[in-house]
Design a binder for this molecule. Structure first.
Ligand SMILES: [Zn+2]
Length: 282
């Protein structure tokens, strides 16, 4: 079984990206892992603070371990973690990677919090990858009318800052702000800043992670991967598909959850399949 860094390094070398999908229950987990297995691809399960509270951190760690024990390359990321305490807890409980998100803090505070988690992982579970975010990309995983306040070309990550940040913290992966936003902005804006991704990739020698991938066009993803993105996060599109599926399922004359929930799983699987195939095409 490869470790997550092996999987990501290999993806970077081959010019493809690893899919990261957020889930908050066993239906989401089932949808993501079944597609990954069908396609024979590694996959990352993401759980933000709210999502991991719902499914249970220990429970989702156990589910991922069960997949690994069966030989499936399923990895677990503690997505957007806003406190040092929760990031340490996630490392202790067995995640493969953790995102310490102090992007709304000052550069100095972001460095300090991130460095603390990098040092903690090194001294407790050195195989854990630490990712940090630099530059604001919004916090919602909803359908949005407008680009969130505070997200603009001005707030996009600058290559020199990224380099300084990576050197100061020792992080393994960086999530830059490059025209991506969390959630889906209904107008389809903003566009990904491919030149900026390329410029950051050229200055930092670590894998880049694209957050807020829902709503971007296929050709934008492919250009982002070519420019240096090695992991892509999808959340909102899965949430929308799940809810639409459940709405359909609830109308059938069944009370068995595995029957009326099945449509939600089916519609999530369609999203996961489309994205994984795209991220792994060239
Ligand atoms: Zn994110």
């Amino acid at each position: 079984m490869r470790t997550l860094i092996d999987v990501v390094t290999d993806a970077k070398a081959r010019g493809v990206a690893v899919g990261h999908f957020n889930i908050s229950d066993s239906e989401g987990f089932k949808a993501v892992t079944e597609v990954a297995k069908e396609l024979g691809l590694p996959v990352i399960i993401g759980v933000s603070e709210g999502e991991r509270d719902f499914i249970g951190l220990d429970e989702v760690v156990a589910m991922v371990k069960a997949e690994k024990d069966l030989g499936h390359e399923v990895y677990l990321n503690a997505d957007h973690t806003y406190s040092v305490e929760k990031a340490k807890l996630a490392i202790d409980r067995g995640v493969d990677s953790v995102i310490i998100d102090a992007a709304d803090k000052t550069f100095e505070d972001n460095v300090r919090m991130t460095k603390e988690i990098v040092d903690y992982a090194r001294s407790t579970r050195p195989e854990v990858l630490v990712e940090a975010e630099l530059g604001f990309i919004g916090k919602s995983s909803n359908l949005l009318e407008n680009v969130p306040e505070g997200v603009s070309e001005e707030t996009q990550t600058k290559p020199e800052e990224a380099q300084q940040f990576v050197l100061a913290t020792g992080i393994h992966m960086l999530a830059p702000s490059v025209g991506n936003v969390h959630g889906i902005v209904k107008s389809g804006e903003p566009k990904l800043n491919i030149e900026r991704i390329q410029a950051i990739a050229n200055t930092v020698n670590i894998p880049l992670v694209l957050h807020g991938g829902s709503g971007n066009k296929p050709e934008e993803f492919l250009a982002a991967i070519r420019a240096g993105v090695s992991i892509i996060h999808i959340n909102t599109e899965l949430r929308v598909a799940y809810k639409e599926g459940i709405k359909e399922g609830i109308n059938i004359d069944e009370v068995a959850p595995y029957k009326f929930m099945a449509e939600g799983v089916k519609q999530m699987k369609a999203v996961v399949k489309e994205k994984l195939e795209l991220f792994n095409s060239k």
